[in-house]
Write a protein that binds this ligand. Structure first.
Ligand code: HEC
Ligand code: HEC
Length: 344
């Protein structure tokens, strides 16, 4: 690697702003996309309707497209097929007058539908044209997008049954979007000196903690029981790494295969980073602990040791105190270990 090449790489690593150095170092690699190339990809429709193609579609034509290409996932009336979020619902004639969706302020309202949230009708046009149907994005003609959007607007009672949505009438529709005035940038996620009194800070506050931490939030799901198995067990499919797991939505694997709850507790409590059931890791294996103390009435002493930590019983490596472990959990774990730490 040439010296200047290395210098350019270092430039990237050390100084994100050293782009000119990169261009010099890799003079023949890549080139800026031309306006014509960008144009072939750019299908953006802006809130001011810039980029909106000409075209039209009726509510009744939209209903045909909807039933053929959308209803299987989003439900006949946009109410969802129980798996995906509902698109329509939760808005009222009063919201259409005020431009604010009242139900958004209700904590007892079960869902946030698309029409409750979206402020600009152009976003719906853009999104459907670019991304839907999910299994065949960009397969709709511009007129089809007008038609299917007209149908959705009709379901949301924003336009009448005989409405034709066009690149001209869509501008009037914007004036009837239920949440058209519901968008705000006056929140802490939009920092900037021009927002008086606003600090650049996230919208939730959390204190770093090592002990006595708040319990983890439970994931909630709105899926009704009958829809839970539809995609298998999401908990097993995504985010295996990191703090957030998918919610258990699937049928549990046969009961006999389930790991013992105590094993799961040992995992959650962090014990398994140092202990395994049958082999030594950092600490002794649970089966050798069981063998040593079997029949010796040592449960209480072990509970204290697990809570307080200690060393010397098995070697020089200490076991750190388990401050966050409740006494009840410590008792459960010790009883389980002494019973031979069964894994099922
Ligand atoms: C195979 C299932 C499927 C089909 C068919 C489908 N969609 Fe979707 N749709 C989805 C999923 C999944 C999302 C959410 C995608 C995401 O968040 O990335 C979605 C999102 C949307 C949204 C935005 C919802 C929001 O609030 O963000 C709209 C509008 C929409 N679809 C309209 C349509 C229309 C119109 C059709 C038919 C032309 C259609 N969809 C067909 C699965 C589907
Ligand atoms: C950071 C590593 C580590 C973690 C985490 C850990 N242990 Fe230990 N554990 C050890 C070591 C090392 C020993 C051996 C200590 C000794 O020699 O006295 C030990 C010993 C034990 C003993 C036997 C104590 C004795 O006096 O014979 C039990 C029971 C035990 N651990 C249970 C647990 C449980 C339950 C958890 C989870 C709540 C846990 N450990 C977490 C490292 C760990």
């Amino acid at each position: 690697m040439s010296r200047s090449c290395k210098a350019a790489l270092l430039g990237i690593v050390l100084f994100g702003w050293a782009a000119p150095a990169l261009a010099d170092g890799f003079a023949n690699v890549g080139r800026p996309a031309t306006p014509a190339e960008i144009k072939t990809w750019d299908i953006d429709v802006g809130p001011d309707f810039a980029g909106l193609p000409k075209g039209s579609g009726t509510v009744s034509r939209g209903m045909e497209i909807w039933e053929e290409k959308c209803a299987s996932c989003h439900g006949t009336f946009g109410e969802s097929n129980s798996v995906f979020n509902p698109l329509v619902g939760g808005t009222t004639a009063e919201d259409i007058k005020t431009g604010h969706v009242a139900a958004l302020k209700r904590t007892d309202f079960p869902a946030r539908t698309t029409f409750m949230k979206v402020a600009t009708v152009s976003t719906l046009y853009d999104y459907i044209r670019r991304a839907m149907p999910w299994n065949a994005p960009k397969s709709l003609s511009d007129d089809d997008v007008y038609a299917v959007l007209a149908y959705l607007l009709n379901l949301a009672e924003i336009v009448p049954d005989d409405f034709t949505l066009t690149d001209a009438t869509i501008r009037d529709v914007q004036q009837r979007m239920p949440n058209r005035d519901g968008m705000t940038t006056a929140h802490a996620l939009w920092p900037g000196p021009d927002l008086p009194g606003m600090l650049a800070k996230p919208d939730t506050a959390n204190a770093a903690c090592m002990t006595g931490c708040k319990p983890k939030a439970e994931l909630a799901s709105q899926l009704p029981d009958h829809a839970r198995g539809a995609h298998g067990n999401i908990a097993e499919q995504n985010r295996l790494i990191g703090p957030v797991r998918g919610q258990r939505t699937g049928p549990d694997t046969a009961a006999a295969e389930l790991p013992s709850p105590a094993l799961a507790l040992a995992e959650q409590s962090g014990c398994l980073s140092c202990h395994a059931v049958d082999t030594r890791v950092v600490g002794p294996s649970y089966s050798e602990i069981a063998a040593r103390y079997r029949g010796k009435n040592s449960a209480d002493a072990l509970v204290s040791k697990v809570k307080a930590g200690g060393e010397g019983a098995w070697g020089a490596v200490p076991m750190p105190p388990q401050d966050d472990l409740s006494i009840d959990d410590a008792k459960t774990l010790v009883a389980w270990i002494l019973s031979g730490a069964p894994q099922k």
